[in-house]
Design a protein around this ligand. Structure first.
Ligand code: HEC
Length: 195
């Protein structure tokens, strides 16, 4: 009898574990993130949106705790191609928002203290699910603080809130393509919030 009860307890535990595993996944049935419809992206974001903030905030990052209160620059997450075909949505802090949301193409110089935080969602083909991707961050430093990166500091948080490790040049070598826009690439035109 004892044995039976144990088995039952194990069975229930397995069930609960199974359920929570399912609940933590946001199912997506497409091969290619570029094929996602607007409606599908809406469903994914409704499912995963809160988990993103919870994950990024796990290690106490101030940016993670506050970026959702900043100005959102897109009407929804979108796949631009760069950043590993993830769904991307960028938020601008109060210092950055006015200039960033102009999406200007020439002579842009972001004010010192500007922060752009871009959340990302990975579509796992294998798991047929949407997963939280990294939070990518750009912070504008004082004039002359980092001449090699246009005075930007690139950073990132993993979905578990831990800092990402990479060389500044890894990010800047691509972002420098938008030199006249102060290294900002901006969201896809069709999802830009009009200022
Ligand atoms: C291969 C090119 C490429 C690389 C490498 C790259 N990015 Fe980006 N990044 C882009 C593009 C393109 C966008 C705009 C796409 C979008 O957000 O829809 C962008 C947007 C951003 C934004 C939003 C601000 C903006 O530019 O409009 C942040 C923040 C950002 N990237 C951070 C990073 C960080 C941190 C790294 C390094 C870990 C990195 N990027 C590496 C191409 C790149």
């Amino acid at each position: 009898m004892k044995r039976l009860m144990l088995t039952a307890a194990t069975f229930v535990a397995t069930l609960i574990a199974g359920q929570s595993a399912l609940a933590s996944d946001c199912p997506v049935d497409v091969e290619d993130p570029f094929d996602l419809t607007e409606a599908q992206i809406g469903e994914i974001y409704a499912c995963i949106g809160d988990k993103m903030v919870t994950g990024y905030s796990k290690q106490g990052s101030e940016i993670a705790a506050s970026y959702r209160n900043w100005t959102v620059s897109g009407t929804r997450p979108a796949v631009a191609g760069a950043h590993s075909n993830r769904l991307l949505l960028t938020f601008a802090n109060d210092i950055a928002a006015e200039q960033y949301l102009k999406f200007e193409e020439e002579g842009v110089k972001m004010p010192v203290g500007s922060i752009l935080a871009k959340e990302s969602i990975t579509i796992s083909k294998k798991k047929k699910a949407a997963r939280v991707g990294p939070l990518f961050i750009m912070t504008k430093l004082e004039d002359g603080a980092s001449p090699d990166t246009g005075d930007w500091e690139y950073s990132g948080l993993q979905p578990n809130g831990k800092p990402m490790k990479f060389k500044q040049s890894f990010c800047h070598s691509c972002h420098v393509s938008w030199e006249s826009q102060d290294a900002l690439a901006y969201p896809l035109e069709e999802v830009r919030v009009s200022n």
